[in-house]
Write a protein that binds this ligand. Structure first.
Ligand code: SF4
Length: 645
């Protein structure tokens, strides 16, 4: 008989597709807090992530899990609409295996469609709408106590015989409520270590594809003060879904506890996606405390509005040395008119460029996201976005990436609620539609049919298809299947010759198989298409260096630097080439720069030591050797991740 007795098993279900991999791999942040509330109140709870389980054990099945454990009820987190189809399949599977298990849904999508779900999906016993910690606790109490009158449980949708009842939504978590919650009881999750290393998109369930570094999504607060037309988490959507007006923050103490617990659990990077105040006073205070407590961790910060220079400075001082730190910007479009019409926080392109340049000058990794189709977008807007993307890419070089995404239609977003106002035609109007049309276009601009849409956005559609091929190819590369990776890269080039990632992949495959001439031809071809992309000069330089042609390597590497492609790694290569050609002064100059750019780079000190020894400065040589050795020792002492599995 069963192993664990579990009063409530909380399950995260990723979205599985046959052609686009496994998506929605990260869990809603509240899941940990809910499990902890149950546990603290005497109800056993576990968290499982179906994808993580399949990585840990290729033979995993929910059937076996339910057979092997004594599970009383299951809470499925249906937060993002992308999960809908997979979540509902799971619901049916659970009921077919063990009909007695109570199935509870929660999360934004389940809350918004609670009425339809309760009416049309009989295998769902309950939906909890909005904030769920206290309602779930009271429901589990009722289920374990075999109570049938559930009318006093806030936020609960349930059935009395065939009648669907929606209790009042009176639980809306306050700051005091969320300060009581613990978001870091990682012990409650099966295989948390694997979860923390799962990439955002997984190509297949394999330990080999896990990231080397670990990430945890940090809950800082709830709510949003503005409305972006496309967002299902806007202040309007939050009012409808959660009954929340305004924004609440967790206290510094409670957030710091989560951060310190994360560090103790070996987390390398925190991910923050809560940024309601353009002045970010709260974060300036939090960052100061993180520094005072000498917490060393990386952070990725998603900016909802444009970051101020003060914020960037504080971010850099606190997390800048973090290997995995970065800032995310989402201008969405190059059209200021469209930004004004669609986004809650407005900024000009000039301000955006200034911020991008400032981030680059501070060596902060930056991701910049654009999207299409935006309501009211003209072909001129589209072309302007295309050229802004190119100029930002040129600006960032090795300090960032620029990406464009095909918009989906969020339930409860303004576009979903008021399609006419935004000049769009919806193709989804119900939860069933979301379950059934996972990959199909969910809306179109009023003046475009499917063909018109394809013609208008063909270039970006091809780009997306090419990126998909590159991403598949990268998986093959990671698994050492260079032939397959090359094929994917060639397919990507065919789809979108401007997708330079494909050339990089193809060249890397040739490099791995020692076909240096072929690799160099590919990189030169890429430079014909994108002459500003310093990475290709750098790759040429590194091949020439490997072939012992240091003079030519220096020419190529210096071209990369002139284009702004400059970091510690580039300087090490340049220093190495100068060292090999006997120009120790220039070698020292570049190794010193490499150390300035990355104070952890102990190889810069070892190389400096060699150069000083060559020119007879033995004392300095010894000093650099000691410095390098100390850094090396420190890094060896730093946490070495336990092997996974
Ligand atoms: S996308 Fe806009 S509406 Fe949505 S959370 Fe961000 S700022 Fe708020």
């Amino acid at each position: 008989m069963p192993g664990k007795k579990i009063d409530c098993l909380l399950i995260h279900v990723p979205k599985e597709t046959t052609d686009h991999g496994i998506q929605m791999t990260f869990m809603a942040m509240g899941v940990f807090a809910m499990a902890d509330v149950l546990q603290k109140n005497g109800y056993s709870s576990r968290i499982i992530h179906l994808g993580v389980e399949k990585i840990a054990d290729s033979e995993f099945s929910i059937e076996k899990y339910l057979m092997n454990n004594d599970v009383r009820s299951v809470g499925i987190s249906l937060h993002w609409h992308y999960q809908s189809g997979n979540c509902m399949s799971l619901v049916d599977k659970i009921k077919s295996i063990q009909p007695k298990i109570k199935v509870i849904l929660g999360g934004f999508t389940a809350s918004f469609f609670a009425d339809e779900i309760m009416r049309d999906f009989r295998n769902v016993d309950f939906v909890i709408r909005g904030d769920a910690e206290i309602p779930l606790l009271r429901l589990i109490k009722a289920i374990t106590g075999n109570r049938s009158d559930l009318s006093q449980i806030p936020n609960l949708s349930w059935r009395r015989k065939d009648l669907v009842i929606h209790n009042n939504q009176t639980y809306v978590a306050t700051e005091a409520d969320i300060n009581r919650l613990i978001f870091s009881n990682f012990e409650l999750m099966e295989h948390f270590d694997i979860y923390s290393r799962v990439p955002l998109i997984l190509r297949r369930y394999s330990k080999e594809l896990l990231l080397k570094h670990s990430t945890f999504f940090l809950c800082v607060g709830r709510g949003c003060p503005v409305v972006c037309s496309f967002c299902g988490g806007s202040c309007l959507s939050q009012r409808i879904i959660n009954g929340r007006d305004g924004v609440i923050y967790r206290s510094y103490e409670s957030v710091l506890k989560t951060i310190e617990d994360s560090v103790r659990a070996g987390i390398d990077r925190l991910y923050v996606s809560f940024d309601p105040d353009p002045n970010r006073e709260y974060y300036l205070g939090l960052f100061r405390l993180i520094r005072e407590r000498e917490i060393k961790i990386s952070m990725v910060f998603e900016c909802w509005s444009l970051p101020t220079l003060v914020f960037i400075d504080e971010f850099k001082t606190t997390f800048g040395s973090g290997k995995y730190s970065g800032i995310v910007l989402s201008p969405d479009t190059a059209s200021e008119r469209l930004r004004q019409l669609n986004k809650g926080f407005f900024y000009t392109n000039d301000d955006l460029i200034k911020v991008v340049q400032y981030l680059k000058s501070n060596c902060i990794q930056t991701a910049v996201y654009f999207s299409y189709p935006l309501p009211f977008e003209s072909t001129d807007d589209r072309d302007r976005t295309d050229s802004l993307m190119k100029s930002i890419k040129r600006e960032l070089q090795n300090y960032g990436m620029v990406s464009i995404q095909d918009f989906d239609l969020d339930p409860a977003s303004s576009m979903y609620l008021f399609p006419a106002k935004y000049g769009i035609v919806k193709k989804v109007t119900s939860f069933s539609d979301y379950c059934n049309t996972q990959r199909k276009r969910k809306f179109l601009p009023q003046d475009l049919n499917d063909t018109g849409f394809k013609n208008t956005y063909q270039k970006w559609l091809n780009l997306a298809a090419a990126e998909e091929k590159v991403s598949q190819g990268q998986v093959c590369f990671t698994l050492n299947s260079y032939e397959d990776a090359s094929q994917k890269a060639l397919q990507a080039v065919k789809l979108a010759p401007q997708e330079t990632g494909a050339y990089l992949l193809l060249g890397s495959c040739y490099e791995r198989t020692n076909s240096y001439d072929d690799a160099m031809n590919v990189y030169r071809e890429a430079l014909d298409i994108a002459p500003d992309e310093g990475i290709f000069y750098l790759r040429l330089a590194s091949i020439y260096s490997a072939l012992g042609e240091y003079g030519t390597a220096l020419v190529e590497a210096n071209r990369a630097i002139e284009l702004g492609y400059d970091d510690s790694g580039v300087r090490l290569l340049v220093g190495y080439c100068y060292e090999k050609t006997g120009d120790f002064a220039k070698a020292i100059e570049n190794f010193t720069k490499a150390e300035e750019m990355n104070s952890d780079a102990y190889y810069a000190n070892f190389s400096l030591s060699n150069c000083y020894r060559e020119i007879g400065q033995i004392e300095r040589a010894n000093k650099e050797m000691d410095k390098g050795y100390l850094k090396f020792k420190k890094q060896r002492k730093a946490r070495i991740p336990e092997s996974i599995g």
